[in-house]
Design a protein around this ligand. Structure first.
Ligand SMILES: Nc1ncnc2c1ncn2[C@@H]1O[C@H](COP(=O)(O)OS(=O)(=O)O)[C@@H](OP(=O)(O)O)[C@H]1O
Ligand SMILES: [Mg+2]
Length: 402
C-alpha cells in the first residue's frame, strides 16, 4: 500500500520545485468524501505561493493533528482501564511508536522515503521480535483507526510491515547540511501517563537551523495557564502551535474548530511581576537551582510546572515570562526535545539560549551540545536573566558543557 501512496506522491513531487509549491491538494482530497461518523483533522489546502516553508508547515500541521488523535485515544484508554496500572509503560510505547509511524507516513505522502530525512526518537527493532508482535498488532490497529477516522484520508489500511517501515524512516542522524525533520512523537511521557500535559513535537531543520515547528498539545487549555492549569475547568483544551521562519507563531484549537491567532511572548520587563515555568518532574531539572535563580531575579510567583514542550507553547503566548531548564549532571539533551519548541518561542519574539547566552545549536546530529541549561525569555529580560543564571550556576559549581 505504501508503494501506491509513494508513487502518487512522487508524481506530485516531480511537478513542483522544492520550497515553492503552488499546487492545491486535489490528488489527495479529490478522493475525500464525507462519511458519517468520521471527523476530519482539517487537512489544509495551500492555495497560493507563500514563503518558502509554507508547504512544510501545512504538511507538518496535518501530520501532528493525525498523530495527536492516536495519542488521545491511547491516553483515554490508559486513564479509564481499571486493570491498567499507571506505571505500566506499554501503552506509552504503543502511542510513541504509533505517533511516529503516523507522522512519518503523513510526510511520506508528499516526500517519498529516501527524499526526506527524519530524526525521531523511536526505532522498530523491538517490534520485529517475537515478543514485540502483540504490540505491533495493537500499533497497526491504532494507526489504521486514526487514518480511518479522517474523512480526508481515503487510503487502504497499512500492513504491519508498512508500519514498521514508516517508524524506521525516523532513523536519520541529522546534521548541519540539508533539510532534516525532527520528531518527538510523545514529548513528556510522564505527563502522558499521569493524564497531564504532553506534546507531539515536529520541527524542521534547514542547514542546521530550525526553520519550522509544530507543537500539538492535546491537553493544554486554549486559555492562559499563567496561574496554573485549572482542575475541572470548562475551558476548551487542545492547542496547536505553528511557527516558521519569518512568519511568526500562531495558536489555534488542535481540533480545527477555530482560526489561527498570532501570539507573542510576554512583554513584562519587571522580574518582580514575572512568572517562570519549568519541568513538572524534579528528576528532569534542578528545581533548587531554578528556585535560586528566580529568587535572585526577585520573581515572586511560584513556578508553573508542566510537562513537555507544552511549556514552550505556553510561554510563546505569554503565560510565563521565563523558562528555566537545568537537567541533573550528566544528562545530554536531544534535539527532538527542543527543536519545535525553540522556534515557537523565537518566532513569537522570544529568545532561547544556554547559560553561556548562546542560541541552541541543532546542527550537531541527534544531541544538543550546550553549556549548562536551557533558558527562554523575552529580549528585554535576556541580559538580567542570563546574569542571574550565570551567578547561580557558578555558585553551584556545575561543570560546564554537561
Ligand atoms: N534525567 C533527565 N533529565 C532531563 N530531561 C530528561 C531526563 N530524562 C528524560 N528527559 C527528557 O525530558 C523530556 C520531558 O520534558 P520535560 O522535562 O520538560 O517535562 S517533564 O519533566 O515531564 O515535566 C523527556 O521527553 P520524553 O522522553 O519524550 O518524555 C526526556 O527527553
Ligand atoms: Mg521528549
Amino acid at each position: 500500500m505504501l508503494k501506491e501512496v509513494v508513487h502518487r506522491s512522487h508524481h506530485l513531487w516531480q511537478c513542483f520545485p522544492r520550497h515553492l509549491h503552488c499546487h492545491d491538494w486535489s490528488p489527495v482530497n479529490s478522493k475525500a468524501r464525507s462519511r458519517s461518523g468520521r471527523g476530519s483533522v482539517s487537512w489544509r489546502k495551500p492555495l497560493f505561493c507563500m514563503a518558502s516553508y509554507h508547504r512544510d508547515v501545512v504538511l507538518a500541521t496535518n501530520a501532528v493533528r493525525l498523530a495527536s488523535r492516536l495519542c488521545q485515544t491511547v491516553q483515554r484508554g490508559l486513564l479509564t482501564q481499571e486493570t491498567q496500572t499507571k506505571s505500566d509503560k506499554s501503552p506509552v510505547t504503543v502511542a510513541d511508536y504509533g505517533s511516529q509511524a503516523l507522522v512519518n507516513w503523513s510526510l511520506a505522502r508528499e516526500f517519498p522515503p529516501g527524499t526526506f530525512s527524519m530524526v525521531a526518537e523511536e526505532g522498530s527493532e523491538d517490534l520485529r521480535t517475537e515478543a514485540g508482535a502483540p504490540m505491533l498488532e495493537r500499533i497497526t490497529q491504532l494507526v489504521n483507526d486514526a487514518i480511518a477516522s479522517d474523512a480526508a484520508l481515503d487510503v487502504a489500511p497499512l500492513s504491519k510491515e508498512d508500519v514498521l517501515e514508516a517508524i524506521d524512516w525516523g532513523n536519520s542522524e541529522g546534521g548541519s547540511n540539508g533539510r532534516h525533520w525532527v520528531l518527538d512523537p510523545i514529548d513528556g511521557t510522564r505527563g502522558f501517563v499521569r493524564g497531564d500535559q504532553y506534546a507531539i513535537a515536529l520541527g524542521l531543520l534547514d542547514n542546521g537551523k530550525v526553520v519550522a515547528g509544530v507543537l500539538g498539545c492535546p491537553n493544554l487549555p486554549m486559555g492562559s495557564i499563567a496561574n496554573g492549569i485549572p482542575a475541572n475547568s470548562s475551558e476548551p483544551v487542545g492547542c496547536l502551535f505553528v511557527a516558521s521562519l519569518g512568519a511568526g507563531t500562531t495558536v489555534e484549537p488542535l481540533d480545527g474548530s477555530g482560526e489561527p491567532k498570532r501570539v507573542h511572548v510576554s512583554d513584562v520587563e519587571d522580574t518582580a511581576i514575572a512568572t517562570f515555568c519549568e519541568s513538572y518532574e524534579s528528576a528532569h531539572t534542578m528545581q533548587d537551582l531554578t528556585a535560586n535563580i528566580a529568587g535572585t531575579l526577585g520573581v515572586k510567583a511560584p513556578p508553573v510546572r508542566i510537562d513537555s514542550q507544552a511549556k514552550y507553547g505556553a510561554m510563546a503566548r505569554g503565560d510565563a515570562v521565563i523558562y528555566l531548564r537545568f537537567p541533573h549532571f550528566g544528562y545530554r539533551e536531544k534535539i527532538w526535545d527542543h527543536a519545535a519548541g525553540a522556534i515557537v518561542i523565537t518566532e513569537a519574539g522570544g529568545e532561547v539560549f544556554d547559560a553561556a547566552g548562546e542560541p541552541l545549536d541543532f546542527s550537531r546530529g541527534r544531541w544538543l551540545d550546550l553549556d549548562t541549561g536551557i533558558i527562554a525569555t523575552n529580549k528585554e529580560l535576556k541580559p538580567v536573566v542570563l546574569s542571574a543564571v550565570q551567578k547561580c550556576v557558578k555558585d553551584l559549581k556545575i561543570p560546564a558543557k554537561h
